[in-house]
Design a protein around this ligand. Structure first.
Ligand code: GDP
Length: 193
């Protein structure tokens, strides 16, 4: 797979709009503003393919990035953005749930959290859903460049403890800024394809 051959293919709201082919999917979920677009850009060696810091929560579109016709990186709408109406929140969760319940090509979910913060109730809910779905998933703790190295272990323990992560669920520290963790994450992705 040539990771450098990636393009935005489409945004979808309904299952009828998802790509209609057999290409497997790696799907990214996380709170809005957590750093999901930056993570996708870092994996794909791109600066601006996934939109960084477009208005939080503006869209409930699911974005499909085609990587070398070998895999889709699927970017789900960020959850947990406070400043929107209940109706909009509902539309998001529906869009996320519909995708997670419908996609037949989903190989692994990458749940993204901010390494600096204790996971929120929304994160806990997402994690519970993932556990119950028995889909393969891992957690990425991003923005690790924003904490001192001496705090790394403590932050990872807080995250795994709050989410009650199973010992089989990888927790990967990551930085889109320094690209630390990129290789580890890519290895997990490649291993499920
Ligand atoms: P998204 O809403 O989850 O897609 O989040 P974005 O990727 O747009 O990132 C939100 C903000 O966090 C932006 O200002 C990014 O530049 C910043 N950011 C994301 N990842 C990192 C990281 O690893 N390190 C640092 N220092 N900043 C980051």
């Amino acid at each position: 797979m040539n990771i450098n051959n990636a393009r935005f293919e489409k945004g979808a709201v309904k299952p009828e709009q998802y790509p209609d082919n057999d290409i497997p999917e790696i799907t990214f979920v996380g709170r809005s503003n957590v750093g999901k677009s930056s993570l996708i850009n870092a994996l794909l060696n791109r600066k601006n393919l996934a939109k960084v810091a477009s208005k939080p929560g503006r869209t409930r579109e699911i974005n499909f990035y085609n990587v070398d016709d070998t895999v889709y990186f699927v970017d789900l709408p960020g959850y947990g953005y406070a400043k929107v109406s209940k109706e909009v929140k509902y539309a998001w969760s529906e869009s996320i749930e519909t995708y997670l319940n419908t996609s037949k090509k989903l190989k692994m979910i990458v749940m993204v959290v901010d390494i600096r913060h204790t996971p929120t109730d929304d994160d806990k809910m997402m994690n519970k859903w993932l556990v119950n779905s028995s889909l393969p998933y891992l957690v990425v703790a991003t923005k690790m460049d924003k904490i001192p190295r001496s705090k790394l272990k403590e932050r990872l323990l807080d995250i795994s403890g709050t989410l009650k992560l199973d010992s089989n669920t990888p927790l990967v520290p990551f930085s889109a800024e320094t690209k630390e963790g990129r290789e580890t994450l890519m290895n997990y992705i490649v291993s499920v394809l």
